[in-house]
Design a binder for this molecule. Structure first.
Ligand code: BES
Ligand code: MN
Ligand code: ZN
Length: 496
């Protein structure tokens, strides 16, 4: 992983970067705060360049010009924020992404953090900073040839704030951005490198932030009775793991909240083997677990005042002489029996045990699980929303609001008796796969049979967690989806 930006925050006293970035609206007049730094002739030059390029200050559009002689900087970059009366709907994180995108292969830049019509609120400044960081993530770990020296050096960006932004707000931005970067890298890593044990080791690195770590190996999992989870991993040469991360940022005794992730480090489908085309994408079948690790990083790094548990089930789903078969019946930790119809419906088996374990051991206020659970969620929602399934209206509404605020949007899907019946089995308490119809819903019903009465949300992120189309804030295959959403949920409702 690498970050192409090194961000710093400084007051607007003296600038010295190679590029000068300003925000411009449809009035095409630079912010007052920039006046002292633009230099002689810059206004006229800007007007000519804008006319020549038909730059109208449209939100997220940009204009790059060479600085006038002796200006003290090399390039002047204007980024559009649209007309003032549409400012309320401007996504400032996307704006930050657009700014970072404009920096290209620059070396250093000063961004004047002021709107054409006046100061920029602290929250908007933070969103811009976050957007810049998110846009600048690149995964080039395994590119040995194409790394040019100018791309290896991060761009030193100084955000010039006429109004001070609290150190704490900026620390939170860095914490969240680092959490998203981490989640993206875990998703992007190849499956020969990132197998369950290695994944657990990466999660264990959160110890340096004060996160308490507990790794359960196969012997312990067997003893606990996580047979459904172990059944998925039994065809793999790699051992399964469950990793537990605990951040205690609130007073002792405050009931924790819990985040649970599906971490299938590679999903071949098992004996119900997937077709070959596109199977390489199944290295991302641990995006739920990656999000949980990224979130725990963010919470700990910004010292969130919350008691939070992150718990991830890590397995590799492989076909083998020892692999589970369609027709097998396994007993999950909850004591319920499951008939395996399709070994490719493995995520729910992993989550069934981890969810049951979580509610029983930690008695959390709620559990939110994230999983690349079904292809069917892509049929229903494409890559625009994650599917949300829940037994709690309050949690669902809070997540919907956090989704709108961060752009990581969710769409609530139904649960109910009739759907639940569809996973009844002829031979066991339930089966792990029903027909094609309502595939995402029956998967969610399966999970619900393992959450008891705990308030619970299942987010199906098969569409949003990987292979997302490029956006202003993301150019990475592994999107890190969910870190911002859940950090926001915590910040808005569960701290202090
Ligand atoms: N990991 C897949 C779901 C998936 C599909 C994630 C596409 C990301 C992109 C999951 O384990 C799976 O194979 N689900 C099956 C369930 C079926 C066998 C009941 C599916 O969606 O086809
Ligand atoms: Mn599968
Ligand atoms: Zn899977």
């Amino acid at each position: 992983m690498s970050q192409r930006l090194k961000l710093e925050i400084k007051p607007l006293n003296a600038i010295g970067g190679q590029d000068l970035v300003i925000l411009m609206s449809d009035t095409l007049s630079p912010p007052k705060a920039a006046d002292d730094w633009l230099g002689e002739g810059a206004h006229a030059l800007l007007a000519r360049a804008a006319a020549a390029e038909r730059f109208k200050g449209k939100a997220l559009s940009g204009l790059t010009l060479l600085a006038p002689d002796g200006a003290g900087y090399e390039r002047l970059i204007a980024v559009g924020v649209g007309p003032e009366d549409e400012r309320g709907t401007l996504d400032f994180a996307k704006l930050g992404g657009a700014i970072a995108g404009r920096l290209g292969h620059g070396r250093s830049a000063d961004v004047i953090m002021a709107l054409p019509e006046g100061p920029l609120g602290a929250e908007h400044a933070a969103a811009i900073a976050l957007g810049m960081r998110l846009r600048s993530y690149v995964f080039d770990e395994y590119k040995t040839k194409s790394k040019k020296p100018e791309e290896a050096e991060p761009i030193a960006v100084t955000l010039r704030l006429p109004e001070p932004l609290g150190k704490k707000a900026f620390k939170a931005v860095e914490a969240i951005a680092d959490g998203v970067d981490l989640a993206r890298t875990l998703v992007n890593e190849p499956p020969n490198v990132l197998y369950p044990e290695e994944f657990a080791d990466r999660a264990a690195k959160l110890a340096k932030l004060g996160v308490e770590i507990e790794i359960l190996d196969e012997k312990q999992l067997k003893k606990i009775g996580m047979r459904a989870l172990l059944a998925v991993g039994q065809g793999s040469r790699r051992d399964s793991r469950v990793a537990i991360m605990r951040w205690d940022g609130a007073k002792a005794g405050v009931q924790p909240i819990a985040f649970v992730g599906k971490g299938v480090t590679f999903d071949t489908g098992g004996i119900s083997l997937k077709p070959g085309a596109g199977m390489e994408d199944m290295k991302g079948d641990m995006a739920g677990a990656a999000c949980v690790v990224g979130l725990m990083h963010a919470l700990a790094a910004r010292k969130a005042k919350v008691n939070a548990i992150g718990i991830i089930g890590l397995v590799e789903n492989m076909p083998d002489g020892n692999a589970q078969r369609p027709g097998d019946i396994v007993t999950s930790l909850s004591g319920q029996t499951i008939e395996i119809i399709n070994t490719d419906a493995e995520g729910r088996l992993v989550l069934a045990d981890v969810l049951w374990y979580t509610q029983e051991r930690f008695k959390p206020q709620f559990m939110i699980n994230l999983a690349t659970l079904t292809g069917a969620i892509l049929v229903a929602l494409a890559q625009e929303h994650a599917g949300l399934f829940s037994n709690s209206d309050e949690l669902s509404e809070r997540l919907a609001a956090a989704g709108k605020a961060t752009g990581e949007t969710v769409w609530r899907m139904p649960l109910g008796k009739a759907y639940d019946k569809m996973i009844d089995s002829k031979f066991a308490d339930m089966k792990n796969a029903a027909g094609r119809h309502g595939g995402s819903i029956t998967a969610a019903q399966f999970l619900q049979r393992h959450v008891n009465d705990t308030p619970w949300v299942h987010l199906d992120i098969a569409g949003t967690g990987m292979g997302s189309p490029n956006s202003e804030t993301n150019r990475s295959w592994g999107s890190g989806w969910g870190v911002r959403l859940l950090d926001r949920l915590v910040a808005d409702h569960y701290e202090g």
